[in-house]
Design a protein around this ligand. Structure first.
Ligand SMILES: *Cc1c(COP(=O)(O)O)cnc(C)c1O
Length: 376
């Protein structure tokens, strides 16, 4: 059996090696390493894929979120509502910009922001909501957008884990996650569903004025070189990464399909086992399985993960410490919060390997050992 990894970017690369190597060589030959045609091509192709008017490539997903928040003219102390159950980048940039993160609970089935909790957290200082499409499942965007509209709030979608995910509106209309909010942010970190061979990110919007501003902020606040109108930052996607992403974007649907097949195999093996809750998929969402995450019921999680490690099966806890318990936010003077659902999930989730290069032999081996441990 091939060794099992949480992600296998090497095997994926080898399948497109000829194309990727040629694209990288073309960038080297052009000697245009920053910006240039590959970056422009990516912005156009990705914008078309996601279904947005404007795509601004940038250096990474964390920057994408930061630039989005900078473009909305939020003032120090303004409140930004976000789930606590997410990767730290989502909430860290809120604090970095001297805004106040307001953590709310997630729906324990979808792991995404709970609209009822969101409603309750709104105050006169609330300016924005940052829903996260965690693990590749869409947050309930229709409800979030309607709450935002009601209260005049911006919505920044953290789409780092869900590129390619379809959202279905009640009227049957379908849109990609990342295209629905005021701004969408995504990451091309190598392990993401659309991963570069280094860092990368992108920002999406349908708003012309915002797009102009986002572009300027990502480029030192300038439109005309050396004339800086806004305080911005330096956040660029390099041409080599863009050239690689252009190739991988044409295969993104195929990659997401392969992830779904892995999830279907796992689901088939685990469904009906009372010790294991398999990922829920809401009627409004597709699932692109950036992670395949189980909730364990009455199972010693550390014991399971140690047992799997002995069998050379990697597993991960995403994430072991939720935002409201991170030391970095200690100095913000947030009211100490008891977040029952988030804490409950944090103690019970475990993610199994899911990527585009898994075979049936590996999956049979993994499911067999998971079941052997939980059923003992
Ligand atoms: C990966 C990720 C980010 C940040 O992306 P980077 O490219 O690593 O900066 C932000 N939010 C979520 C939910 C992520 O998974």
């Amino acid at each position: 059996m091939r060794p099992i990894q949480m992600v296998d970017t090497k095997t994926q690369y080898l399948k497109i090696k000829t194309e990727v190597d040629a694209a990288i060589q073309a960038v080297l030959d052009s000697a245009v390493y920053i910006g240039g045609k590959p970056v422009q091509d990516l912005a156009a192709a990705l914008g078309q894929y996601v279904g947005v008017k404007h795509t601004i490539p940038c250096a990474n997903g964390t920057d994408a979120l930061q630039i989005a928040m900078m473009a909305l003219d939020l003032q120090p102390g303004d409140e930004v509502i976000t789930p606590s159950f997410t990767y730290i980048a989502t909430t860290e940039v809120v604090a970095l910009l001297k805004l106040k993160p307001v953590f709310v609970e997630v729906d324990p089935r979808t792991f995404c922001i709970d609209p009822a909790a969101l409603r309750k957290a709104i105050t006169p200082r609330t300016k924005a909501i940052v829903p996260v499409h965690l693990y590749g499942h869409a947050a309930p965007m229709e409800e979030i957008m309607s709450i935002a509209k009601e209260h005049g709030l911006y919505v920044i979608e953290d789409n780092a884990q869900a590129i390619g995910c379809d959202y279905r509106f009640a009227d049957g209309r379908v849109a990609k996650t990342g295209s629905i909010g005021t701004i969408g942010a995504t990451s091309f970190y190598p392990s993401k569903n659309l991963g570069a061979f280094g860092d990368g990110g992108a920002i999406f919007t349908n708003d012309d004025a915002l797009a102009h501003k986002l572009k300027m902020i990502a480029n030192h606040g300038q439109e005309k070189r050396y004339y800086h109108e806004l305080v911005g930052c330096n956040s660029r996607l390099d041409a080599i990464q863009a050239a690689i992403l252009n190739i991988k974007l044409t295969r993104l649907d195929e990659y997401n399909k392969a992830r779904k097949q892995v999830a279907a195999f796992y689901n088939q093996a685990f469904t009906g086992n009372e010790k294991i809750t398999t990922p829920f998929v809401a009627s409004y969402s597709d699932h692109v399985y950036h992670q395949y995450t189980l909730i364990l019921n009455d199972v010693d999680r550390d014991g399971l993960s140690a047992y799997l490690a002995e069998q050379k099966i990697p597993s991960m806890i995403y994430y072991p410490v939720p935002g409201h318990r991170q030391k970095m936010f200690g100095s913000l003077g947030l009211t100490p919060q008891n977040m029952e659902t988030t804490d409950w999930l944090t103690e019970r989730v475990i993610s199994l390997p899911v990527h585009t290069e898994m075979d049936e032999e590996q999956l049979t081996y993994i499911t067999g050992h998971v079941l052997k441990y939980v059923n003992q």
